[in-house]
Design a protein around this ligand. Structure first.
Ligand code: J2J
Length: 538
C-alpha cells in the first residue's frame, strides 16, 4: 500500500462500504465491464477521426499494461502523466491502473517548475509526454526534469521519442496482472493550491469509482451518451464528473477535442452528434457568442455542464435559448465534493446557484472565522467531508494540520451560503488563490517565483476583476531599483519554468504594502486598489 496519504477512519470506511458507496472494485474495471457488455460499441473517437471500440480500447490497455510491467513499471510506482486530449492519454491511464502504477495527472500547460515539483513529491519513476504540443517540445522539458529528478528512470513519449521510449513500443502480449486493492490510492490529482508548492490529492479506487458512478447517475449518462472532452483530460471535471470515465462506465462514446475553440468543438459536436460536454465559464461565454457566426449543427447537444469558476446569472440564462441544451452548474473540486444543479431543477436554481452536493453522504458545514456554524442561509466558509473527499494531501502533514479540522472536514476556502433547498451559492473566497477563468493560481507560489527577481524587494499577487475570465492576476511589486514591467517579469517567470497561465496579467509598482492590524499584507486593500484603478481607466 502507498504510504504518505491519509485513509478514512476505519469505522467510516466500513460504513461507506456497507451503505454501498464503495463497491470494492478497482477503478479500471469500469472499462472491462463496458467492454464485456458491448465489445463492438465505439468507446473513443479522436479529432482526426480515429476510432476505438470497447474491445480494442480494453485490449490496448491490457497490452500497454504488460509493456509497462516489462519495463519494470508497476506495483505502486508513480508515473507523471502530461498528455493532451488524445487516445494515448486514455490508453495509458487504464494501462497504468492495470499495471498497478499510480498516474500523477498534470496539465499540458505545466512546465519545469510544476513538473519537477510534482515528480519530486510523488517520487515518480516515469514521466509520459507528447513529443510536441502547442509549439512546445516536451522532450526538452523531460531532459530538464530528469536532470533535476534522477529518480525518473523512464520517459514515455507519444510520437517521436528521440532518445526516450515511444509509447507505441510499450506493447506486449497481455499477462496476468495482480488485482489492485480498491481501498488503495488509484490516482494522484493536482490541487489548485493555496501554498508555496502545488499539493497532490490521493484518490482511491473506491472513492473515485463512486465519484464517477454517482456523477453519471446525476447527469443521466447512459449508452447513448456522446461526451466531448473539451477541458484537459487530466482535469477532474473532464475526467470524472462524470467526464470521460463516466461515459466509459455507462458504455457511451468519448470524443476528444484538441482545444476548446468553437471551431474545433462545434465541428466535433456536429460530426459525432455529441450529447454532453463540460466547460469553464470563459469558454461558455465564447460559445454563446460563437453560435452567432459558426454554422455547425449543435442540435444533438442536450447537456452543457459549466463549472470551475462562478458562472454569472446573465450568461447562465442565455445558455438554454442560445445552445438549445440544458445547463448544469457544477461547483466541484479535485479534492472531492461535487455540487450539481439537477437536470430537473427549476430554472431559478439552475441559473442562480452552483448546485447541491452529489451524495447523501456528503457532510457540509458553513462556518465563521472561529469554526462556529453560521445561522442557516448566512455566508461562511464551506467545510466538507464524505465518501469521495480526501482526508489529507499526499505527503503534506504540516499543511494538512491547517487544511483539515481535527474531525476530518476539508476546509474548501470557498465562501458560500446554503438555500433551504440545499443548493449552494458561491459568494467568494477565503483562500489566497486567484481563479483565472477556472485556472487556479496560488498567490504564494507565484510570489515566491517573483521574489527571485533581483529587482523585486517584495511582492503580493491579487485577483483583479475581468469580464470574461472572472478575474485575472495582478502582481504588486515593491521594487529594489528599477522594477520589471509586465513583459520582463513574464519572460523571467517563463525562464524559471512557470506555466503560462500563472504569468501575471498586470504589474503595479507600490512603495509600501498596506498592512492589516496584525501586520500582514492587506490583500483585500490591494484588490480594492486595482479594481478602482481599472474602473478609473474605464
Ligand atoms: C465558483 N467556484 C468554483 C463554481 C469550482 C467540477 C467542476 C469544477 C472543478 C474544479 C472540478 C466553481 N463556482 N461553479 O474539479 O470536478 C472553484 C472553488 C473550488 C475550486 C476547485 C470538478 N467550481 N470552483 O474547479 O480543483 O474555489 O476543481 O474550491 O480546479 O474551484 O478547483 P479545482
Amino acid at each position: 500500500m502507498l504510504d504518505g496519504w491519509v485513509p478514512w477512519p476505519k469505522p467510516l470506511a466500513a460504513k461507506y462500504r456497507e451503505e454501498g458507496y464503495w463497491e470494492g472494485r478497482p477503478l479500471d474495471r469500469l472499462l472491462r465491464e463496458s467492454a464485456e457488455r458491448g465489445p463492438s460499441r465505439t468507446a473513443l473517437v479522436d479529432a482526426d477521426g480515429n476510432r476505438w471500440t470497447y474491445a480494442e480500447l480494453d485490449l490496448r490497455a491490457d497490452r500497454m499494461a504488460a509493456g509497462l510491467r516489462r519495463l519494470g513499471i508497476g506495483d505502486g510506482d508513480r508515473v507523471v502523466v502530461q498528455l493532451p486530449n488524445t487516445g494515448a492519454f486514455v490508453v495509458l491511464f487504464f494501462a497504468l491502473l492495470r499495471a498497478g502504477a499510480i498516474p500523477v495527472l498534470t496539465l499540458p500547460a505545466h512546465r519545469e517548475s510544476e513538473i519537477v515539483h510534482v515528480a519530486e513529491v510523488s517520487g515518480a519513476t516515469a514521466y509520459a509526454i507528447p513529443d510536441l504540443h502547442d509549439g512546445f517540445d516536451h522532450r526538452a522539458l523531460a531532459r530538464a526534469a530528469r536532470k533535476a529528478v534522477p529518480g525518473i528512470e523512464h520517459v514515455l513519449v507519444a510520437g517521436d521519442a528521440a532518445e526516450f521510449t515511444a509509447l507505441a513500443d510499450v506493447d506486449a502480449d497481455p499477462v496476468p496482472l495482480p488485482e489492485a486493492d480498491p481501498g488503495d490510492v488509484a490516482v494522484l490529482l493536482l490541487s489548485g493550491g493555496t501554498t508555496g508548492k502545488p499539493k497532490l490529492i490521493p484518490r482511491t479506487h473506491d472513492d473515485y469509482a463512486y465519484n464517477v458512478r454517482a456523477s453519471a447517475e446525476v447527469c443521466g449518462f447512459d449508452g447513448d451518451t456522446v461526451y466531448l472532452v473539451v477541458l484537459p483530460t487530466a482535469h477532474n471535471f473532464a475526467l470524472a464528473c462524470p467526464g470521460l470515465l463516466g461515459t466509459l462506465m455507462a458504455g457511451g462514446t468519448v470524443v476528444l477535442s484538441p482545444t476548446p475553440s468553437p471551431e474545433d468543438a462545434f465541428a466535433l459536436v456536429e460530426r459525432e452528434k455529441v450529447t454532453a460536454t463540460a466547460v469553464v465559464p470563459p469558454i461558455a461565454l465564447l460559445w454563446l457568442d460563437a453560435v452567432e457566426w459558426e454554422e455547425a449543427d449543435l442540435s444533438s447537444l442536450s447537456l452543457l455542464q459549466v463549472g470551475g469558476s462562478k458562472l454569472g446569472a446573465e450568461p447562465a440564462a442565455r445558455v438554454e435559448p442560445a445552445l438549445g441544451c440544458t445547463l448544469q452548474q457544477v461547483f466541484g473540486m479535485a479534492e472531492g465534493l461535487l455540487n450539481y444543479t439537477r437536470l430537473d431543477d427549476p430554472p431559478e436554481l439552475v441559473i442562480g446557484t452552483q448546485g447541491r452536493p452529489m451524495s447523501p453522504a456528503d457532510e457540509v458545514r458553513v462556518v465563521d472565522e472561529d469554526d462556529r456554524d453560521v445561522p442557516p442561509g448566512e455566508s461562511g466558509e464551506l467545510l466538507t467531508r464524505g465518501p469521495y473527499t480526501l482526508r489529507g494531501y499526499y505527503r503534506a502533514a504540516e499543511h494538512n494540520a491547517r487544511a483539515f479540522t481535527t474531525d476530518g472536514y476539508y476546509r474548501t476556502g470557498d465562501l458560500v451560503r446554503i438555500l433551504p433547498s440545499g443548493h449552494l451559492v458561491v459568494e467568494g473566497r477565503a483562500k489566497d488563490q486567484i481563479n483565472r477563468g477556472g485556472d487556479k493560481i496560488s498567490a504564494e507560489e507565484l510570489e515566491n517565483h517573483i521574489l527571485a527577481h533581483p529587482a523585486v524587494h517584495d511582492a503580493a499577487v491579487v485577483g483583479m476583476p475581468d469580464e470574461t475570465m472572472g478575474e485575472r492576476t495582478c502582481a504588486y511589486l515593491v521594487p529594489r531599483g528599477q522594477a520589471p514591467g509586465q513583459r520582463e517579469l513574464a519572460a523571467f517567470l517563463t525562464e524559471r519554468g512557470v506555466a503560462a497561465y500563472k504569468l501575471p496579467d498586470r504589474v503595479e509598482v507600490i512603495e509600501t504594502f498596506p498592512r492589516t492590524s496584525v501586520g500582514k499584507i492587506d490583500k483585500k486593500a490591494l484588490g480594492r486598489l486595482i479594481a478602482e484603478r481599472l474602473r478609473a481607466e474605464g
